[in-house]
Design a protein. Structure first.
Length: 333
């Protein structure tokens, strides 16, 4: 079978860079793009440059050779940008693609001197060799995958997929044994948190603990035999106080690694959460999901097919979603 090649300056491309600002959820949504790039160019070195807070996403991504970091969202000096350009030029990439939508991102790509530069822009705009139209009114994984049109790839994105390491699966089995007594027993996970950056930006995606407690009590009344486990990240400890003060018997898991969290989600019967990184892990593991949305749009963050259900606040305020509505989605009549 003949493998498609990327011709740059008369030679076969050996190294491709993807600039992917954003959090863990953005990285997971970008995984189908990386997977298609790997399928088309199996021998190429594919590298990503991400924010430090998102590096852990690549514990479960099999498509990348190297992960570099850069604080895209911080206030940057000319010296910072000069250092970034130096790092990129030093690695002699043949092609680069970027999620950046602003003029600064396009100028940055041009300054790198990389022969093939792919990004979002109308046709004929300067700085990019292969501009791709931005179509934001679609599932974000599909929007990101559109960038591959600059490489002549027009396939569909599909949903994100991940690869779990043996150590993560073994950890999840032991954790289920600790929590449930039987690692084969069914269980439901509740992840109540959201990223600190969304809170700093005033994007309120956290559902009040008192309301979650109502959901948990209602769930226990409906399915008393099915254990419900609270799963927490490092940023969720203060939030957890609102649960454990009212439900001291609630089982709690604290995965130390993203791969461990993904393995625990993969084994669950259902994940309850807000718009957050665990939501995208549930999609990637095909775990049934009920996710709460306040100011964000579920049509852009969840695929249209699969066992994934959204509960949306009509006024954009997540606090306004009644616990009874969530229980109705979990247990439809």
């Amino acid at each position: 079978m003949q493998v498609a090649s990327l011709q740059v300056r008369g030679s076969l491309a050996q190294r491709i860079l993807a600039l992917v600002p954003g959090g863990i959820g953005d990285q997971i949504l970008f995984f189908p793009t990386l997977a298609s790039l790997r399928q088309r160019y199996p021998e190429a070195e594919i590298e990503v440059m991400v924010e430090p807070r998102a590096v852990s996403a690549y514990e479960v991504c099999p498509s990348v050779n190297k992960v570099l970091t850069f604080p895209f969202k911080e206030q940057l000096s000319l010296g910072d940008l000069s250092d970034l350009l130096g790092r990129i030029r030093e690695r002699q990439y043949d092609a680069v693609l970027s999620l950046g939508k602003g003029i600064g991102a396009k100028l940055l790509l041009w300054l790198t001197g990389i022969p093939k530069r792919v990004g979002y822009a109308p046709p004929g705009r300067p700085w990019l060799t292969d501009p791709v139209p931005l179509k934001p009114a679609q599932y974000a994984a599909d929007m990101y995958h559109d960038l591959l049109q600059g490489f002549g790839i027009f396939s569909k994105a599909g949903i994100p997929q991940i690869r779990l390491k043996k150590t993560h699966l073994e950890w999840a089995e032991q954790e289920r044994k600790r929590l449930l007594g039987d690692p084969a027993k069914d269980y439901v996970l509740l992840h109540p948190g959201a990223s600190q950056l969304s809170l700093q930006k005033g994007i309120l995606k956290v559902y009040p603990p008192a309301n979650w407690v109502k959901v948990i009590k209602g769930f226990r009344e409906k399915r008393p035999e099915l254990p419900l486990v609270l799963v927490l990240g490092p940023e969720d400890e203060k939030l957890a106080e609102g649960f454990l003060s009212q439900l001291p018997d609630l089982s709690v898991s604290r995965p130390a690694q993203l791969g461990q969290l993904a393995a625990l989600i993969a084994g669950a019967t259902l994940l309850l959460c807000t718009d957050s990184a665990p939501m995208h892990l549930a999609v990637a593991t095909q775990t049934p999901l009920v996710a709460l949305f306040g100011p964000t749009d579920p049509t852009r963050l969840l695929p249209s097919e699969g066992p994934f259900r959204a509960v949306t606040a009509p006024d954009g305020v997540i606090d306004s979603i009644p616990a009874e509505q969530i229980l109705q989605v979990i247990f439809p009549a």
